[in-house]
Design a protein around this ligand. Structure first.
Ligand code: SIN
Length: 267
């Protein structure tokens, strides 16, 4: 998982180059493009080559998007005149797949770095198809037919989404049930579909059994050997496939500025 694509200016993607990028994305799951200089309109235009876009998700601070572009979600710790310009703060963002608490989560996300701290705020990715391939046999046998609740209470920063009343019971918290193992709709390759750990629940199991099984699967699925960590530079753009990867972000100095613009491509 993970590849760096060089020699491409994403403002000038003809059909042949787009076909190359699209195939590379399916092959490698996460792509990094460095030294890009995109306006918001160009970020939207590149993202739309892959499909229609979803609007920014509702986070702890509501729906934080770029003025006039509700599809550009702002990930940032910056507060201007007492109002956060984005979401997720400066703390750790735990492993997750974007917006999987919804019935139809986006197939891909594009994250573009506008301002980054000197240290920290690295983003790691984990291949869920490799996680499935390497899952111990006794877990593969159990996981095959199960469905798991993807909780919609907390975002990856641990904040409660605006408008949601939190409950500590994973069985009754808001969210969506998805199969625990899913074939990738374009490549056919099977993968785990875990969403996020907090408030996850395996449908139909006693709560303790669900917790124990999820703990075991999560530990196996997020082993460091299955992950890749990216240290951001301004102008980096990362495109990932939400159907076969998860990601997390390291904390960073809260007094530093980190401003990222993200789009979500509809399945
Ligand atoms: C995200 O989860 O989309 C944000 C990741 C990041 O801030 O690096």
């Amino acid at each position: 998982m993970g590849a760096r694509v060089e020699g491409i200016d994403l403002r000038e993607l003809d059909a042949e180059r787009f076909a190359f990028v699209h195939q590379a994305w399916l092959d490698h799951q996460v792509l990094l493009f460095r030294n890009q200089t995109l306006t918001d309109a160009e970020l939207l235009a590149f993202s739309r080559r892959f499909g229609d876009l979803d609007e920014a998700p509702v986070q702890e601070s509501g729906r934080r998007f770029v003025e006039g572009h509700p599809e550009i979600y702002v990930v940032s710790n910056v507060v201007e005149q007492g109002v956060p310009i984005g979401s997720l703060g400066a703390g750790e963002a735990v492993w997750h797949t974007d917006m999987s608490y919804l019935p139809h989560p986006p197939k891909a996300s594009v994250l573009y770095a506008l301002e980054v701290p000197e240290r920290g705020g690295d983003t790691s990715f984990c291949s869920m198809s490799a996680a499935w391939d390497e899952l111990p046999e006794h877990l593969r046998r159990r996981a095959g037919d199960l469905r798991v609740k993807h909780d919609g209470t907390y975002n990856s920063g641990g904040y409660v989404r605006q408008g949601v009343t939190p409950t500590g019971d994973p069985r009754t918290s808001p969210g969506t049930l998805h199969p625990l193992v899913l074939p990738h709709p374009e490549t056919g390759r099977p993968g785990l579909y875990l969403g996020r750990r907090r408030n996850a629940y395996i449908d139909g199991l006693p709560l303790e059994e669900s917790e124990a099984l999820l703990d075991e699967i999560w530990a196996a699925a997020t082993r460091p050997s299955l992950t890749w960590t990216h240290q951001w530079r301004v102008g980096d753009l990362v495109l990932w496939d939400n159907r076969c990867t998860m990601h997390r972000r390291d904390a960073f100095d809260a007094t530093a500025r980190r401003v990222m613009h993200r789009t979500q491509i509809r399945s």
